[in-house]
Design a protein around this ligand. Structure first.
Ligand code: NAI
Length: 212
């Protein structure tokens, strides 16, 4: 059986991936764990430990091959394939997500936008038509959809989540501030920008106390 990798390690992987991507863009071919450590402000032993979870990838005296490590982490994160996303709730946040082009660079393609507000019907966001929610079953029949992003009001999120699961979409990127109760086979990633702000607020207070 494969060793279970902790979520804490997985949560650090996108940061490695980002840094390695930038190194590649700068033409860097190899890097030692000490150099990577200085760049990312993570201890070299943490880096070695993290990457050892996946079999290491490093070589004594050589360091890491940036391209290889980048590709391997990409595979671990499932970035070596395309993920099609629909966004449900084409309001401020839904449209902002649809407008953001860089997700595509990582293989996340937004191919549908849905809402219930008839005033939005036919409006396009970066070339993507806003469709009415009632058209979703037909859309799912004709398009491959891997992930549903929920950017609807909290009150409607559970109902919408049940609907997408019923239609066979088993991954949800949930922005509504609600813990969705769904079957175990559904993968949910919650995003709460306000949690990040509260973390920032905590660190501001802590910093102020330390400066006193
Ligand atoms: P908004 O009011 O601009 O957009 C919501 C859209 O959802 C509207 O267009 C509305 O017609 C549509 N909608 C309502 N019920 C629906 C349904 N059953 N099916 C499809 N569409 C439906 O609101 P905004 O600012 O875009 O926020 C959207 C959600 O995201 C809210 O729940 C808000 O609390 C949350 N949010 C979360 C953040 C986070 O960091 N997690 C940050 C900002 C907003």
């Amino acid at each position: 059986m494969e060793k279970e990798i902790s979520q804490a390690v997985i949560r650090r992987m996108p940061r490695y991936y980002r840094y390695l991507g930038e190194l590649l863009d700068d033409g860097v071919e190899r890097i030692s764990s000490n150099e990577l450590s200085a760049l990312m402000k993570v201890t070299a032993s943490q880096i070695r430990q993290d990457l050892n979870n996946f079999g290491g990838f490093g070589q004594q005296g050589y360091g890491y091959n940036v391209r290889h490590l980048y590709d391997e982490i990409g595979k671990i994160l499932g970035l070596n394939r395309q993920h099609n996303i629909i966004v449900i709730g084409a309001g401020n946040l839904g449209q902002a997500l649809a407008n953001y082009v860089k997700f595509e660079k990582r293989g996340f393609i937004i191919n549908g936008l849905f809402d219930i507000n008839p005033a939005l019907k036919g409006v396009t966001v970066r070339g993507i038509d806003i469709r009415m929610l009632e058209d979703l079953p037909e859309f799912v029949k004709n398009h491959k959809v891997d992930i549903a992003a929920l950017t609807v009001p909290k009150e409607n999120a559970m109902e919408v989540a049940n609907k997408v699961v019923e239609l066979g979409i088993h991954a949800i990127w949930n922005f509504a501030h609600l813990d969705l109760e769904l079957p175990d086979y559904v993968v949910v990633e919650n995003v709460h920008l306000s949690d990040s702000l509260m973390q920032l607020s905590y660190n501001i207070v802590k910093h102020e106390q330390e400066m006193k």
